[in-house]
Design a protein around this ligand. Structure first.
Ligand code: NAG
Ligand code: NAG
Ligand code: NAG
Length: 258
């Protein structure tokens, strides 16, 4: 536990030193958005010097009224304007304002993360032994998955959801939702049907029950016949003993035909 904390702290420290200052968290924007990166409350004066640096590379430099370098646009307040922002505009932005004498007036550092909106996912159904695997397609890292069963959100968050045959009723529907910091999309609902789930699974059980019933019934019937034969024979033997002497050919005839 303590080790983990130490490691996390170390990583943070390394991050802080490598970027110069501590950049707390990303400002998330979607590809195509218009992004304005501004100094909180500074007012840009006519004679000020303004610099914007993206990932250690100068993208804007104005000294007084003289624009010396301008890859990106700024507004009257000195804010950096990114129209139709693309992923390569992600990263660290540092803005600095100096007065005419070169004295620092204002400084800002912000982190921008430009993301693609998530694509609409689909749920792929894979029948497996004793259940079904539902695979929420096209999940990238940093995307969060959630699952809905019959319109109710479940607490499952893996890209693949395993549903056992016993949890699956015929007609159940499932859908997954994928989201990242800037977008959220849900798949169309699917109703999984596997040959060993649902009604057919019940059919198998019925069939088994039938076999057991017929088997058991036959066994009982055979037992009954055996008993019947035994009883008959005993009865006959007793009768013979009681009657004592009978003509030999009479006995033979009756034993043979019995
Ligand atoms: C889910 O589907 C993806 C393809 O969209 C595939 O690469 C992955 O292996 C599947 N996962 C499972 C567990 O079937
Ligand atoms: C999925 O289940 C929910 C709740 O039972 C229902 O409102 C919805 O219409 C079902 N969707 C489909 C496609 O059957
Ligand atoms: C998820 O929900 C099920 C009931 O639907 C519950 O048994 C399980 O403990 C929950 N898991 C978590 C991690 O909350």
């Amino acid at each position: 536990m303590l080790q983990n904390v130490t490691i996390t702290l170390l990583i943070n420290l390394i991050f802080m030193f490598s970027t110069g200052t501590f950049v707390s968290s990303c400002t998330y924007k979607a590809v195509g958005d218009k992004v304005v990166i501004s100094f909180d409350d500074a007012k840009l004066q006519e004679d000020n010097e303004l610099r914007w640096i993206h990932n250690q590379r100068r993208v804007y430099w104005k000294k007084g009224s003289q624009v010396k370098h301008s890859e990106l646009n700024t507004d009257q307040y000195g804010s950096l304007i990114l129209e139709n922002v693309q992923k390569d505009k992600s990263g660290d932005y540092k803005g600095i304002i100096y007065d005419a004498g070169g004295k620092l007036i204002k400084e800002t550092e912000q982190h921008l993360c430009v993301l693609e909106p998530v694509p609409e996912p689909t749920v792929m159904v894979e029948c497996v032994e004793k259940g079904v695997n539902l695979n929420c397609s096209a999940v990238k890292k940093n995307e969060v998955v959630s699952w809905m069963k019959n319109g109710i959100k479940t607490n499952m968050t893996h890209a693949v959801l395993h549903v056992t045959s016993s949890e699956l009723k015929p007609g159940d529907n499932f859908s997954c939702t994928v989201s990242n910091q800037i977008s959220k999309k849900s798949a169309k609902e699917v109703k999984p049907l596997c040959s060993d789930t649902g009604p057919k699974f019940l059919g198998l059980e019925l069939w088994l029950m039938l076999v057991i019933l017929i088997g058991g019934g036959s066994f009982l019937l055979i037992l009954f016949i055996i008993c019947l034969v035994c009883v008959c024979r005993c009865y006959r033997r007793n009768k013979r003993k009681a009657k004592g002497t009978l003509p030999v050919n009479y006995i033979q005839k009756h034993i043979v035909f019995a």
